[in-house]
Structures are given as C-alpha cells and as structure tokens.
Ligand binder design. Structure first.
Ligand code: ADP
Ligand code: MG
Length: 282
C-alpha cells in the first residue's frame, strides 16, 4: 500500500483569463500537497468550485501546475515528453457518459484507446474482452452505445480506460448524471476494480454516501485540502465538514442527532445503533 503513485508537491494552479480588465484570478488550487499510494481508493469531496476537477485533471497531465509539481510514477507532469506515459498510467472518466463514447459499437469503443497506441490486433481483442468482462458489459459488447443506460455507458467508458492497462483511474463525478440503479452499478464496478485488480482509484463525488467505503477521503475548500483521513475520521468532524458547505452522510447525521457517541457511516450501522437505543426491541 505504501508505493507512491501520485504526488502533489505544493501545487498551485491559476486559470489564465483572456480579459485584461478582469480582476486577478484566484487560484483554483492553492498549495496542495497530496500523496496517493498504489492500490488506494481515494474520494475527493468539496462544494462546487472548490477545485476538485482541477485536481483531477492534474493527475494525468491534462493541466500542469502553475507552481509546484505533480509526480506520477516518478515522472513530473511538467515535462512534455512524460505526457504520453503518464496518460497510459492514469485514465480519466468524466461526468457525462455521452461525451466519452466515440464509436457506434460498444466493443469498438473499448478498442479505440489501444488501437491508438498501436497495440497488436490479437492483444486488442484480448484486452477488450477482459475489460468488458471486468465491468460486466461483455454480453452487451455488440450493442450500440446510444441504446445503453447512463450507467452502462459509464461502464463502457471505464472499460475503455482498463483496455489501456492504466494503473490509476480518476473519475470526476462519474455518477452525477445517473439514476440510483446506474449509480450503484458504476460504484460497485469501481470498487471491484480496486479490490480485485488492484487499480488505484481517485473518485470525485458530491454524494457523501459514496465516500463511506473509500480508504481515504479528502475535503477541498477554496483550492485547498482542508480535511484528510478515513471516512470515519472525516465524517466524525461534522462541524468541519459543514463549514465547507457539505453535509455528512444521512446515517451519520441521524445517529449524531440521536446522541449516538460513535460515528456511524452506513444505514446498517444506523440500524444497529437504533436497535440498541430501543433496548434491543424494535
Ligand atoms: P469543482 O470541480 O470543485 O467544482 P473546479 O476545479 O472546476 O471546481 O474549479 C475550481 C475553480 O476554478 C473555480 O473557481 C472555477 O470557477 C475555476 N475554473 C474552473 N475551470 C475554469 C476555466 N476553464 N477557466 C477559468 N476558471 C475556471
Ligand atoms: Mg467539478
């Protein structure tokens, strides 16, 4: 767990604006230090505009720091010649499934990345099949993406990243546009890839409930990481979470209002505590 894969060293990022008369830009990232280890599942939380997407784009050299450095597997994202290698190590999945699918058949879409890398056709076939099985979309491999649900499309997008054999997947609010069923499918797929294939996951989300199963949670505010710990450590600090404009998970809130001492994260834990409060009789 301790091999460093991604390291932010005092990273500041300022978006360039064209307008001369605009006020000087506030940094979107402001002195961020962060180390992500191999195999880790990291959730990134924060209200709108806190810098989550900017942080995500720094991880695979879509954006380069204005100041400071991002090191991916020992390579600085500031060196242009590292760009391709870094993008092979770190894949991105964005919010809108419709913007990420390029082909008219599911399996062709998944093959698109490795084809661009010049991978051998037989190896492409193997990777595409494996990736589609990993996201549970193999049976739908000959479908047209536009006939799929949002959750299915996101899983195709994830398969496309897997077929590139990336070690890290960065997902920027991957479930924000999905219905509850699609959200659940995508979430359990991401957890499975992390647990079974050892893929390192960095997932931005605005659903607090999605963060409770992560190894680690960071909360961003005004371009800075203001909280960093296990989900239980972070959500036990309700006042700090709320001061960043976020809520704690509903089960946490409910049990804290009921006076439960320990920090509860899940509905199951809430049920256990409520049964205890009722003297074991419900
Ligand atoms: P989040 O993903 O947490 O909503 P972002 O990283 O998108 O936050 O944005 C952080 C800050 O950078 C915000 O103040 C936002 O307005 C600004 N910002 C984001 N993208 C751009 C852009 N392309 N040009 C100028 N400012 C931007
Ligand atoms: Mg964003």
């Amino acid at each position: 767990m301790s091999e460093k894969l991604i390291e932010f060293r005092n990273v500041t990022y300022i978006y360039e604006t064209d307008e001369e008369d605009e006020a000087p830009s506030v940094p979107a990232l402001d002195g961020v230090n962060l180390t992500v280890s191999k195999g880790e599942f990291l959730c990134v939380l924060g209200h709108n505009g806190s810098g989550k997407s900017t942080l995500a784009k720094m991880c695979n050299a879509i954006l380069e720091p204005t100041d400071g450095e991002v090191i991916v597997a020992g390579m600085s994202t500031k060196e242009e010649e590292n760009g391709d290698l870094i993008r092979r190590k770190v894949g991105m999945v964005f919010q809108n499934p419709d913007n990420q699918i390029v082909a008219t058949i599911v399996e062709d879409d998944v093959a698109f990345g490795p084809e661009n890398l010049g991978v051998e056709p037989s190896e492409i076939r193997r990777r595409v099949d494996e990736a589609l099985k990993a996201v549970n979309m193999y049976d739908l491999r000959l479908r047209q993406p536009h006939n799929l649900s949002g959750g299915q499309k996101q899983r195709v997008a994830i398969a496309g990243v897997l077929a590139m054999q990336t070690e890290v997947i960065v997902l920027d609010e991957p479930t924000a546009m999905l219905d509850p069923v699609g959200r659940q499918e995508v979430l359990s797929t991401i957890h499975k890839l992390n647990k079974e294939l050892g893929i390192t996951v960095i997932m931005v989300t605005h659903f607090m409930e999605e963060a409770v199963d992560a190894d680690r949670v960071i909360v961003m505010n005004a371009g800075r990481i203001v909280l960093d710990g296990t989900p239980r450590e972070v959500f036990s600090n309700t006042a700090a979470v709320k001061s960043c404009g976020l809520d704690v998970p509903q089960s946490t809130e409910l049990c804290s209002r009921l006076g439960v001492k320990r920090t509860v994260l899940t509905a199951q834990e809430a049920v256990e505590e409520i049964i205890k409060l009722c003297g074991g009789v419900v």
